[in-house]
Ligand binder design. Structure first.
Ligand code: NAD
Length: 517
């Protein structure tokens, strides 16, 4: 197995040496492919969070006072540094997550796409917007966007750069300070990017990373910041929304999914079978938007199951730091156990294994084969619960109506994929799905990668959206400033109040009929 370059590990260890000055307890970070310790990071405390938030609060006004274009230019410089260091970033991602190099590349692309979009659009989206005032010519009304203050970002381990950094970029551009808590499995994915942000020109007090457990560091962030951006499970999302509710701060939460794919007559089955291997097993299925349920029209089901099953059996698993494998490892033995439990439960209750079904300790401590099941019934754990691993179930449906009904029969509503006889048929189905994103003729990439469009979940899959205008405006407080000129709202021209009050409603109605109102 070609290891990442010695230079990559030297760079990581140098970072730890700088950031680990005291004898506080440390957290071991594992190279997933081998199970060996990669490095350690300090276990942060509530006091660390308070100190980071206090530093951010103090520095934030000066950061917000800098012109939007200047903040955007720093993010654009960060983008160039990501492009310069992309091999290093992919090494770190693979080492900490055990993902394949193509899944690591997706994540680096996400950093590039978000930094470009928000650097380019910031001025348009954040600049003052003049809107129609109460009375034309007499009232000038302008909407300003004030930063929230200090934004907390709590991130998971599966796409740890995208979920910690891509979501922090718009908060920074909008003039906020940011305090990030990475997942304990993947702190370096955030720390190496923090170094790139500082190199690009983000002041150190404006962007802080505190490593440590969710129950301590995560809770304290939720209890200290002015806005919370959370990505993780729906259960943790509920708990954090309670914190936010008690404090009356805003929360944006990107949560779990049980994402459906619909495959209908008239589609190219060979093409779907191949694309479905990526849709279901990218990052070993540890992807909130990956497909865990496939609804296939009865008339093509046998052919699809055979072709998809064969493609899955052909997938190459391994732990190489190159593009030679299709799928890497799961993040941990805990995650492996969850997947194995779901598969075992389904097998015992009568599911048929079309492909995969076993752990692969010969490849590494946390490998599990990409697994395809049929004959999955409601009493099986994997029927409705998110597995968050390389497991997909195929169900036969009579046609479009049943496919839509069953796809929508879930508490989740994050992503869906549709393969139909024509694009227009796919588009007509898409708007009937209870799903924050829908991909037609693909699994998840095009909707997620369209950074100008909002991404997020319906139902228990989330609150709020990342990407697009929503992804930056949520980090601001809109402020309306109305300047009344020449006349104010007192009776004008010596009119009595009684006459003036009788004129007001007809006057407003006349204004409403003016062109452009
Ligand atoms: P998780 O909820 O267990 O942990 C996510 C983060 O929250 C981690 O940093 C963790 O330390 C922290 N945390 C855990 N408990 C906490 C608490 N009580 N208070 C404060 N912080 C706490 O989720 P996970 O297992 O790391 O991630 C997998 C889940 O994330 C899956 O459900 C997946 O679908 C979801 N996810 C969603 C998206 C999306 O965009 N919708 C993206 C990635 C992952």
């Amino acid at each position: 197995m070609p290891a990442p370059s010695a230079e990559t590990f030297a760079r990581l260890r140098a970072l730890v040496a700088i950031d680990e000055p005291d004898e506080r307890p440390s957290l071991s970070v594992i190279e997933v492919f081998t199970g060996e310790q990669l490095a350690t990071v300090p276990v942060g405390t509530a006091e660390d969070v308070q100190a980071a938030v206090a530093r951010g609060r103090k520095a934030q006004a000066a950061w917000a006072a800098r012109p939007i274009k200047e903040r955007a230019a720093i993010v654009e410089r960060y983008r160039a540094l990501v492009a310069r260091d992309r091999d290093f970033l992919m090494d770190v991602l693979q080492a900490e997550c055990g993902k394949s190099r193509s899944a690591a590349q997706e994540e680096v692309l996400d950093l590039l796409l978000n930094s470009r979009y928000y650097a380019k659009e910031a001025d348009n989206l954040l600049g003052p917007q003049q809107v129609a005032g109460l009375l034309p010519g007499l009232v000038k009304t302008v909407v300003h966007r004030q930063p929230k203050g200090v934004v907390g970002v709590i991130a998971p381990w599966n796409y740890p750069m995208a979920m910690s950094i891509s979501d922090a970029l718009p908060a920074l551009v909008a003039g906020n300070a940011v305090v990030v808590k990475p997942d304990s499995n993947t702190p370096f994915c955030t720390l190496v990017n923090a170094e790139l942000l500082y190199e690009a020109g983000i002041p150190r007090d404006i962007f802080a990373v505190v490593t440590g457990p969710g129950s301590v560091v995560g809770n304290e962030i939720a209890d200290s910041v002015d806005f919370l951006m959370f990505t993780g499970s729906s259960n943790t999302g509920r708990k954090l929304a309670e914190h936010a509710g008690r404090r009356l701060i805003g929360i944006s939460a990107e949560l779990g999914g049980k994402n459906p794919m619909i495959v209908l007559e008239g589609t190219n089955i060979d093409k779907v079978a191949k694309a479905a291997t990526r849709a279901c097993f990218a990052n070993a299925g540890q992807l909130c938007i990956s497909i865990e349920r496939i609804y296939v029209q009865d008339s093509i089901a046998d052919e699809f199951i055979k072709k998809f099953g064969d493609k899955v059996k052909d997938m190459k698993l391994g732990s190489t730091y190159d593009y030679k494998t299709d799928m890497g490892s799961l993040i941990s033995e805990d995650q492996l156990k969850t997947v194995a439990d779901h598969v075992e439960d389904a097998k015992i209750k009568g599911a048929t294994v079309i492909a995969g079904g076993k752990a692969r300790p010969d490849l590494g401590p946390s490998f599990f084969e990409p697994t395809v099941l049929t004959d999955v019934t409601e009493d099986m754990i994997c029927a409705r619960n998110e597995t968050f691993g390389p497991l997909v179930s195929i169900y036969r449906v009579s046609g479009v109506d049943e496919a839509i009904e069953r796809a929508n029969d879930s508490e989740y509503g994050l992503n869906a994929s549709v393969w139909a006889a024509s694009d227009s048929e796919g588009e007509a189905i898409a708007t009937q799905l209870h799903s924050g994103t829908v991909n037609i003729n693909e699994g998840y990439g095009p909707a997620y990668g369209s950074t100008a469009a909002p991404m997020g979940g319906m139902g228990i899959s989330g609150i709020g959206r990342r990407h697009g205008p929503e992804g930056i405006l949520k980090y601001t407080e809109p402020q309306t400033v109305a300047t009344t000129r020449v006349l104010n709202l007192d009776p004008p021209f010596g009119l009595s109040n009684e006459v003036w009050q009788q004129l007001i409603t007809p006057l407003v109605q006349t204004v409403q009929r003016l062109p452009g109102r």
